[in-house]
Design a protein around this ligand. Structure first.
Ligand SMILES: Nc1ncnc2c1ncn2[C@@H]1O[C@H](COP(=O)(O)OP(=O)(O)OP(=O)(O)O)[C@@H](O)[C@H]1O
Ligand SMILES: [Mg+2]
Length: 237
């Protein structure tokens, strides 16, 4: 996509997970990749191909074994943990594959907390959190804790939390996986319309045809990830 700046750039990125006894598993090896700003990119690929690993690196939830990850002009992979956490709170909305809602807090509080970390004032947090939850069909579920919500409702709270701060970048890991087709369509339309209104960059992991069709581009991770999921043993000297 010529003429479009990059919201995310990866250079020489590898991620290897230690497996114990000096063994590691190479999950990711992406030499160069850029996510165009202000567009919806859908990332697809088989289970275990590194999609979540890639999103975690972009969000700064984990660090690459080698290489650099930049979000706009900030090399997030070079920031110490407290700065990475602050940067993510302000600039990135992340819908985790596992939702990661805080179990002791209500739906409304889960969304408000993400705004608090980004510095919004309390009345504004409450108003915006209530509004976005209502837009996602959860207006009657504000006071429910995660265990009182269905998986699909929890997923929508996670989406509301990612949207609440109007971050310039949203990462969404299979955001419609727990939703029926009609709710998935509504939630996807909401996500896309909020992002298109604000010029947000959206990077969505999905296999669903409706999501693939809605993207400005679809990227199969197997086309950019050269890792062979090899387990290697470190040489002992
Ligand atoms: N913490 C970890 N320790 C060891 N191996 C890991 C760890 N996290 C991921 N892996 C391995 O890395 C590879 C990529 O995992 P990842 O979760 O990124 O895949 P995915 O494409 O998101 O799969 P799915 O579609 O099932 O969600 C897998 O082989 C997985 O077993
Ligand atoms: Mg995954």
């Amino acid at each position: 996509m010529t003429g479009v700046s990059a919201a995310v750039t990866l250079h020489g990125v590898t991620k290897a997970f230690p497996l114990g006894n000096g063994r590691t598993l190479e999950a990711l090896n992406v030499q160069r990749w850029a996510v165009p700003a202000g567009r919806c990119t859908v990332l697809t690929g088989p289970s275990g191909s590194g999609k979540t690993t890639l999103l975690n690196l972009i969000a700064g939830v984990s660090l690459p074994t080698a290489g650099t990850v930049a979000v706009h002009d900030t090399e997030i992979s070079a920031l110490p943990e407290p700065q990475r956490d602050r940067f993510r709170a302000k600039h990135i909305g992340y819908v985790f594959q596992t939702f990661n809602l805080l179990s002791a807090f209500t739906a409304l509080e889960n969304v408000m907390l993400s705004m608090m970390f980004a510095g919004a004032i309390p009345n504004e947090q409450r108003r915006r959190a209530g509004e976005i939850l209502a837009r996602l069909g959860l207006g009657a579920r504000l006071a429910h804790k995660p265990h009182q919500l269905s998986r699909g409702e929890q997923q929508r709270v996670a989406i509301a939390r990612a949207l609440a701060n109007h971050p310039p970048l949203i990462l969404a890991d299979e955001p419609c996986a727990s939703l029926d087709a009609s709710t998935a369509r509504e939630v996807l339309d909401e996500l896309l319309s909020v992002c298109r209104e604000a010029g947000t960059t959206l990077l969505v992991v999905s296999h669903e045809s409706s999501v693939l069709a809605a993207g400005d581009q679809v990227v199969d991770i197997t086309a950019i990830n050269r890792a062979k999921h090899r387990v290697s043993v470190a040489e002992r000297v």
